[in-house]
Design a protein. Sequence first.
Length: 223
Amino acid sequence: MKSTVTSIFLALIAIAAMAIPLFAWWTSVGNPADYFVGYSPPGQKLYIFSKLAGLMAICVFWLQCLLALTKRLAGPAYRAAWSSRSHRLLGIVTFSLAFLHAALFFAAASVRAGKPAWGLFLPNFTQGYFNQSVSLGLIAFGLLCVGFFAGWKLASGRGRWRIGHCLWIIVFPLAFLHATAIGTESQTPLMLYFLVSMSATLLVIGVARFRGLFTLNQKGSAW
């Protein structure tokens, strides 16, 4: 019974993590079908769906981090509902959305420029606020790739990759700064409050998790 209630609770959190960015995006861009029946600037259709993928990616990533952090702080019912298989599946979804965000943004910029925008793949912190913000996202995606690969290695029993998998601690702040700096939807009150709330929950639960880990280690035991 407890496992069922926990599963429902987790499902509600997941629905919120999906619905809020979708609502913020739809409110901002309007009906996406309008971009296909009327005139829109070159690359605009790719660009708006890149924004949706980015919003979904950071929210699903938050959900992944939240559930992973709270697994050892919660009871057996929670642990039963949140299995290693669920963790891997959500990791694949997170990576896929982040990759789609980057790929669509590259395609949109290339269409708009009339040539491949290879320069987007090089961090640039010297040529304006926009390029700096894009560079933060680029670095976050690169570290996410490393963390995703490390997670795959961990699932294969390669314990030495654990440090690489912990790069999410750096990825989320970078993604947050990237999203709030240049994301139109991310700067709306609803999405901004949600992003701040996501950051706050990870910070509080992360501190509780690692302080608890330190305390247990002091007593000679481990998680």
